[in-house]
Design a protein around this ligand. Structure first.
Ligand code: SAJ
Length: 423
């Protein structure tokens, strides 16, 4: 079966490669010529274990080829981004609409269109369906389903294959047609529902994460005020058989958790009050860290203006290379606005507005303070390198926004959720 996957990003390319290594003839389409060329060369910027091998075998077998035009195919999978406009806090569907418009002219009777992109409830039927009917075919003459992805960046290949999937058809036949395709490479269970429910399920999943992280962040700020070590309190609370608290952090990044819940708020603002508040609590976390930096500098009698500060971590979370919506971007801007000279270290990140240091000691060299922003595995060992770090730094302040350090001999250590630990 010929399948066309539109959008060769974090979701589309691995999906295209898996389809191609499970018997489908796949044409990958992207508007970015560089992505098309890299894909045809079996090369990718996506750093996920086992992925390059799958991509190489898909390309070298001739089962996956990439191009910029949408071909005739028996099935189309739309995996384009649905960015979020900060201005009016709403989903930008122009890429989904564009993908639909590129399919319509070549859509044939009996073809199947699957929308994987995360969209506000109702998008599949109210936005995409009418665009596909511009082909002259009525829905029913072609099939349309929504199948949201739920893979975890950092464990992508394993999760694409093993996670259960939810498929929402605009009608029963569409859902069944889509299930037949996923069954070829998904080992998880495949559940069928209607399109609107499938759209909502995806948003519920990420909103669950966002709201629970916001709860952890709020507990951390309250614990600081109460003089409680939030990390210890959470470890104890999690001993309850039915409590599993998330971890507080310097902000929620990535292109999903800070974005997807806004799609619900946009649709039903009068009801989605807890969800809106959770998003705002998370958005406020970078500033909470900045306020702590200001307070500790003041208490230590140090001027923030002109200070040199090292941020450890540019990516939005540990052990990934993705910097989208990363809290580090906000911290960098806020510190620069306060006249600080900032160096940023990261072992994996590619795109970042500043040249990235790849060696921790070089990054902290001469710095007055360092801030642990990302929970990279490398930083979990910083506790054993404090002597070298102390020799390399000029100052003695550490801000641990990920609770990776238990103590820091000879440093003033501020931890999110505890405040300043006594030296
Ligand atoms: N974070 C915390 N505390 C936590 C957990 C995460 O501060 O306890 C932060 C992380 O540091 C990061 C952000 O939240 O900045 C998001 O990280 P994440 O690992 O929670 O989620 P993503 O964005 O990497 O992937 C999520 C996943 N969704 C859920 O876990 C419900 C993934 O399954 C989805 O497929 C993905 O969004 C997506 O593409 O929608």
């Amino acid at each position: 079966m010929e399948i066309c996957v539109i959008g060769l990003g974090y979701i589309g390319l691995p999906t295209a490669a898996l389809l191609a290594t499970h018997g489908f003839d796949v044409t990958g389409v992207d508007i970015n010529r560089k992505v098309v060329e890299r894909t045809n060369a079996g090369v990718t910027t996506i750093k996920e274990k086992n992925f390059v091998a799958i991509l190489r075998s898909a390309v070298s077998s001739g089962k996956l080829k990439a191009q910029m035009e949408v071909p005739k195919a028996e099935a189309y999978m739309i995996c384009v981004p649905t960015p979020f406009s900060k201005a009016d806090k709403s989903a930008t569907l122009r890429y989904v609409e564009g993908a639909g418009r590129s399919i319509s002219p070549v859509l044939r009777k009996g073809s199947l269109v699957i929308l994987e992109s995360t969209v506000p409830p109702g998008t599949t039927e109210e936005t995409l369906l009418p665009i596909l009917e511009e082909s002259g075919l009525r829905c029913g003459e072609f099939h349309l389903a929504h199948c949201p992805e739920r893979l975890l960046p950092g464990n992508l290949v394993h999760e694409i294959i093993n996670n259960d999937r939810v498929i929402g058809g605009v009608d029963e036949e569409s859902a069944r047609a889509a299930k037949k395709i996923y069954k070829r490479f998904v080992r998880g269970e495949i559940f069928i529902t209607n399109a609107r429910t499938a759209e909502f399920v995806k948003l519920m999943e990420n909103t669950f994460g966002t709201v629970n992280i916001a709860l952890a962040n709020e507990f951390a700020k309250i614990a600081e005020r109460l003089g409680i070590d939030c990390g210890e309190a959470m470890r104890l609370a999690n001993r309850h058989p039915r409590v599993k608290l998330f971890k507080p952090g310097p902000g929620v990044g990535g292109h999903c958790l800070p974005v997807d819940p806004w799609f619900i708020v946009e649709k039903v603002p009068e009801e989605a009050r807890l969800i809106r508040t959770a998003l705002e609590v998370n958005e406020g976390m970078p500033l909470h860290v900045i306020k702590a930096v200001e307070e500790v500098f003041a208490r230590e009698g140090k001027r923030l203006k002109g200070a040199r500060i090292a941020l450890l971590g540019a990516t939005y979370k540990g052990d990934v290379g993705d910097t989208r919506e990363s809290p580090s971007m906000v911290l960098l801007r806020q510190l620069a606005e306060r006249g600080c000279a900032v160096t940023v270290h990261d072992p994996l990140a590619e795109e970042f507005p500043l040249r990235l240091e790849r060696d921790v000691l070089r990054a902290v060299n001469g710095c007055d303070a360092l801030i642990i922003v990302t929970d990279h595995t490398e930083y979990k060992k910083l506790g054993t390198r404090l002597d070298e770090i102390r020799k390399s730094m000029r100052g003695r302040m550490i801000f641990d926004a990920r609770n990776l350090l238990t103590s820091a001999e000879g440093f003033t250590l501020w931890k999110l959720g505890s405040g300043v630990l006594k030296r």
